[in-house]
Design a protein around this ligand. Structure first.
Ligand code: ADP
Length: 287
């Protein structure tokens, strides 16, 4: 009997101690969660910066190819200009012909401007930013950077795109970086392939709400035990490789709620495949 109030008091104290501990625990969890969000944010920024450094490095390695690509429209402008000059020197200049040549000069100048704009955007420091973009345009920009590499390595490009693909909701520059890395790796993988079989296929397929992009080469292929190794940071088999390309590509695609993997190509070589959702996903966040 006499122990009952003591027991009640003990129970009350234990209960309020439990409530206080629980509140303390919740506070701690909240603080940890906030710390985690800050860490996640700075990790995301570091990843974006790393991706940008890789883009700048790539463009640095490709300066001679890019210069060659820009030189082509410039050379065309020079020859149209000298053609105009000759036409104007005639006693009765053919104004229609001169007008045509000037129109073509304008077109070539626009092309050179597009290439330079593409490069500037590719290396610009900017926060990751998703917006509506078209895969065909991204491929076009990447090809303007890689065209000279394709020619130099005698690689035939085949583009197979399903008609009327909807726009993507993505960071255009980051997806360009993925396309660029995969296509450049494919070109490099075919250096030992006989020239008449060097074929790079870019296939765009719609799979319900996903765009599926396949980059298919006819290179030496990849041993089954290496298929996952390739995506690890600093894994490279190239004398001057950095081994970060595929790792960066995978993190970019995963930030877009997609997947990137590689499989052997039935016709020889391998195919890298990635998916990206077409429209804005409810859980989508900035990559
Ligand atoms: P890097 O190109 O600097 O080596 P990556 O991360 O882009 O870095 O590629 C890692 C490695 O994966 C390459 O060194 C190469 O061995 C292999 N690899 C990538 N793409 C292909 C491909 N298309 N065919 C065969 N091997 C490839």
């Amino acid at each position: 009997q006499t122990q009952a109030p003591l027991l009640a008091q003990f129970m009350r104290r234990s209960f309020s101690y439990l409530v206080a501990s629980e509140q303390q625990l919740i506070q701690n969890l909240k603080r940890r969660n906030e710390d985690l969000l800050v860490t996640l944010d700075s990790l995301r920024q570091t990843q974006a910066e790393l991706a940008r450094v890789a883009r700048v490095t790539t463009v640095g390695q490709l300066t001679s190819s890019i210069a060659h690509e820009i030189n082509q429209p410039l050379a065309a402008i020079t020859s149209y200009a000298s053609g105009c000059h000759n036409l104007l020197a005639q006693p009765q200049p053919d104004l229609v012909q001169i007008g045509n040549a000037i129109g073509k000069m304008g077109g070539q100048a626009k092309r050179a401007g597009q290439i330079i704009r593409g490069i500037r955007e590719f290396v610009r420091r900017q926060e990751p930013h998703r917006s509506a973009c078209r895969i065909e345009e991204l491929i076009d920009t990447v090809l303007s950077l890689l065209k000279a590499e394709l020619q130099k390595n005698q690689v035939l490009l085949i583009l197979e795109a399903e008609a009327n693909l909807p726009p993507l909701y993505a960071d255009a520059v980051m997806l360009e970086q993925v396309l660029f890395n995969l296509m450049r790796n494919a070109i490099e993988a075919m250096c030992e392939t006989p020239a008449n079989q060097r074929q790079l296929t870019v296939r765009l397929v719609r799979e319900r709400h996903l765009l599926k992009v396949q980059i298919i080469d006819r290179g030496a292929g990849i041993a089954p035990e290496q298929l996952e190794q390739l995506f690890k940071p600093f894994y490279t088999t190239k004398a001057t490789g950095m081994g970060m390309g595929l790792n960066i590509c995978r993190s970019i695609i995963e930030h877009h709620q997609g997947r990137l993997w590689v499989e052997p190509n039935p016709g020889g070589g391998c195919r890298f495949i990635f998916t990206v959702p077409f429209s804005e996903e409810p859980q989508a966040h900035e990559p």
